[in-house]
Design a protein around this ligand. Structure first.
Ligand code: ATP
Ligand code: MG
Length: 426
């Protein structure tokens, strides 16, 4: 208020008090003074009443305007909730439903009138009710305002007709503890889950198929290796013996020299056949077992590549009973790791450690070469490590490839002695 107006108010009030005082003391002798006082008092009263009335009307108009704005925003909120694609359900402290939007009605096949006032439990399969109620109560006690429900598992909901369907849901809360409202927003993920399940099924089938193909290839290689070793090997031995018989009977000269050359060629052929057969599949893997086959492979690699190898083997008999598919997979992993050392590492030394730990075969192959670089993007045509991983994961094993502490590369392979029953026997 302006100082001038305040001064006028104070002056007016003082004048009124003065007139009232004068009328009270001298009103009997001077009736005009009493009449003037009455008129003034009535005027002040009238002005006061008019002011209060005007102010009251203004407040009422403002309240009405605010109510209209509130009604409008509530209507907008209700329209948003109603038109949402996701089901929105709000429950009170007792988990009784107070809001059930149109999407919820469609999703649960339940009219709003039936849902309002019912417990949220009604839409949850019986076996999950207790756990769900506890979760919701616990959430109500936390200070959190929102949370995704069932982050690492599929949640199930129950339609009015008793059928179950998978959902994705989030929960949020507003209000003071004693009048807290919890809102659950949920989405039917039946189609997504079907697609995911189908994809998982296809992946499992593909893994199965690739494992079977690997096994079939392995069987074929074994067969060819056996044929080469047994059939061709015996024929060549017979030829060598016949040639030796002939050479004993041929007098020295040009023919004997040729026969000698033939003998040399035959020896080289025998070595080649053995080599080819062994590369296809070391028959000793089947005949002598994994540990001996590993020893042979490491020795052969050291000789051929010039890389100094040190092998640590498990105690005698530790690998007895290892399944054929596991032995093959570990052997092939070693073969691939050694080939990689020869092709990529430029190493001088290699350390191979074969052991049995906690019911699993553990193979570690380390080199002191240039080391594998994780920055280099994987060449899509490189299949060695991928194949190793594929084989191992099918058997329930693992493959880790990392830089070795002393430089170079370390490949660590683990496979259970007896793989999980999910896999198919070769
Ligand atoms: N011991 C190692 N030292 C250094 N680099 C390695 C070693 N082993 C693998 N690598 C790197 O990892 C890559 C992938 O190896 P992987 O065995 O999968 O494929 P590849 O040997 O290139 O081809 P493939 O095995 O299919 O014939 C190699 O190209 C190489 O760059
Ligand atoms: Mg390779």
């Amino acid at each position: 208020m302006q100082p001038l107006a305040i001064a006028a108010w104070v002056a007016g009030a003082a004048a009124l008090v003065a007139v009232n005082f004068a009328a009270a003391t001298m009103g009997v002798e001077r009736p005009w003074l009493a009449a003037l006082d009455l008129v003034l008092d009535l005027a002040v009263l009238g002005a006061g009443l008019a002011y209060v009335l005007r102010h009251g009307l203004r407040v009422e108009a403002r309240t009405a305007r605010m109510q209209a704005v509130l009604d409008k925003s509530q209507a907008q909120l209700a329209a948003i909730v109603e038109s949402a694609m996701d089901a929105i359900i709000t429950v009170d402290r007792e988990q009784r439903i107070v809001l059930f939007n149109r999407a919820a009605q469609e999703m649960f096949g339940c009219p709003r009138a039936d849902a309002i006032g019912a417990r949220l439990d009604r839409f949850i399969p019986a076996r999950f009710r207790d756990a769900h109620r506890t979760h919701v109560e616990r959430f109500g006690q936390t200070g959190e305002t929102r949370r995704r429900m069932g982050a690492d598992m599929v949640l199930w909901a129950l339609r009015a007709d008793g059928t179950e369907f998978p959902i994705e849901a989030s929960i949020s809360q507003v209000g003071a503890p004693d009048e807290r409202l919890l809102t659950v927003i949920l989405r039917d993920i039946t189609l997504r889950k079907q697609a995911e399940d189908a994809l998982k099924g296809q992946q499992a089938e593909l893994r199965e198929l690739s494992a079977r193909m690997l096994e079939a290839r392995e069987d074929e290689k074994t067969l060819i290796a056996r044929e080469l070793h047994d059939e061709l090997g015996q024929l060549l031995t017979a030829l060598k013996m016949d040639l030796a018989w002939l050479r004993e009977r041929i007098p020295d000269g040009e023919v004997a020299e040729r026969a000698g050359q033939m003998g040399g060629a035959l020896d080289r052929t025998v070595t080649s056949v053995r080599r080819i057969a062994a590369d296809l599949r070391p028959l000793m893997l089947d005949d002598l077992g994994l540990a001996d086959a590993v020893s042979w492979l490491v020795e052969d690699f050291a000789q051929r590549s010039g890389v100094a190898c040190k092998l640590e083997r498990p105690p005698e008999g530790a690998l007895d009973g290892v399944e054929r598919s596991v032995a093959t997979a570990v052997y092939r992993a070693l073969q691939e790791s050694l080939t990689n050392i020869a092709r990529h590492a430029a190493a001088k030394h290699a350390w191979i450690h074969l052991a049995v730990e906690d019911g699993a075969v553990a193979l570690e192959v380390e080199d002191d070469g240039r080391g594998i670089s994780p920055e280099v993007p994987a060449n899509p045509r490189s299949l060695g490590l991928k194949g190793m991983r594929e084989r191992m994961s099918y058997l329930g094993g693992t493959v880790e490839v990392a830089r070795a502490p002393r430089g170079g590369t370390r490949v660590h392979v683990r496979a259970p002695l007896r793989p999980t029953p999910a896999r198919v026997e070769p």
